[in-house]
Write a protein that binds this ligand. Structure first.
Ligand SMILES: [Zn+2]
Length: 84
């Protein structure tokens, strides 16, 4: 006997995108992020100079905190812009 349920929906399931298990700094096993490493830090900034969120950058909480500190140090040393 057929159970009364929800009406059938022909909705295709989108393939699940696996999130990376480790962030880019953990993969490289970096113990700290250098504020002079502008090429790396630039990838974590928008073109207006804002820091990407953890979800966007894919960093873990620990590395995001280190990156945040490094970016702020780099800004103070005028290596990176506060705003663009
Ligand atoms: Zn990490």
């Amino acid at each position: 006997m057929k159970k009364p349920g929800k009406p059938f929906k022909s909705k295709k399931k989108t393939p699940v995108v696996r999130e990376q298990t480790q962030c880019r700094f953990c993969r490289e096993k970096r113990s700290y992020i250098d504020y002079k490493d502008i090429d790396t830090l630039q990838k974590l900034l928008t073109n207006r100079g804002k820091i990407f969120s953890r979800k966007r950058s894919g960093n873990c909480a620990h590395c995001q905190r280190m990156a945040q500190t490094a970016i702020k140090q780099a800004r103070f040393m005028s290596l990176l812009p506060f705003t663009a």
